[in-house]
Ligand binder design. Structure first.
Ligand code: ATP
Ligand code: MG
Length: 245
């Protein structure tokens, strides 16, 4: 039996009368690529923000490895966060910093975490090599294309060599060819670093290529779970809606 590295149980989150999550459950197993699909506004980003503690859930439990994050203090939460890479929706690079400085940022905040004996410079270069962008090291984000920005954001999410990576819409806003490149990079990263990944997307091609398993978020719950093949063959109209182009 594979180990569960992350678990959401009965997660609830409302904004006033807007009940976004109504008892959402999720288990991420070690080494898998789990895709969560849901239509725009269904609560995918809210779910992932609750997961990393950027937003408080109303109720439910959030376990990462064996820790219930609700019970953790700030210090313990910070330590746990360094084991999780987070690719924000839309890249979210710091506009006033160079690529190098964007990558140095998580290193400076987590000095004690670097166990490989590598220097900051070596880590930054290695992270950029992973995404094929060493040449952009001294550029500003505004000088990069959307696809390059996404790759730098990916390098930043990886720089602490996290065991778990959360991707919020990694291919949204990119052209089909660049999307494919990003998806390939995500697969390479999983192979190289043996990470477990939670990928939020509404890109059906991305889901097909990358997922080992999928969860469909509908009406605030984990409406259906299965492999891409299983779900895409379903006759349920709520499920079918995800797979027709
Ligand atoms: N800070 C907030 N305050 C109030 N409402 C919010 C807040 N954040 C999100 N919401 C609401 O929660 C719902 C879910 O938003 P969320 O961003 O999770 O959607 P999503 O599934 O990620 O959509 P998309 O695919 O467009 O990124 C929306 O109705 C949104 O208006
Ligand atoms: Mg979102």
């Amino acid at each position: 039996m594979k180990q569960v590295v992350l678990e959401l149980k009965d997660l609830q989150k409302s904004f006033g009368d807007n009940h976004v999550l109504n008892g959402f459950n999720l288990k991420l197993y070690e080494g898998e690529n789990l895709v969560v699909m849901g239509k725009s506004g269904s609560g995918k980003s809210v779910m992932i923000k609750c997961l990393v503690g950027l937003m408080g859930a109303d109720s439910g439990s959030i376990k990462i490895k064996d820790d219930d994050i609700v019970s953790l203090g700030q210090k313990e939460l910070d330590i746990l966060r360094t084991e999780i890479g987070f690719l924000f929706q839309g890249s979210a690079l710091y506009d006033s910093m160079t690529v190098r400085e964007n990558l140095e940022f998580p290193l400076r905040r987590n000095k004690g975490k670097i166990k490989t004996g590598q220097t900051t410079e070596e880590l930054v270069v290695e992270a950029l090599e992973n995404v094929g962008l060493v040449s952009a090291i001294d550029l500003m984000p505004a000088e990069l294309s959307g696809g390059m920005q996404r790759r730098v954001a990916l390098a930043r999410a990886l720089i602490l060599k996290p065991k778990i990576i959360l991707y919020d819409e990694p291919t949204t806003g990119l052209d089909p060819i660049t999307s494919k490149e990003i998806i390939q990079l995500m697969r390479t990263i999983q192979k190289t670093y043996k990470t477990s990944s939670l990928i939020i997307t509404h890109d059906v091609d991305c889901a097909r290529v990358i997922s080992n398993r999928m969860i469909l978020l509908v009406d605030g719950i984990n409406y259906a779970e299965g492999t891409f093949e299983e779900l895409s063959a379903s006759e349920d109209p709520n499920i079918k809606a995800f797979f027709k182009n």
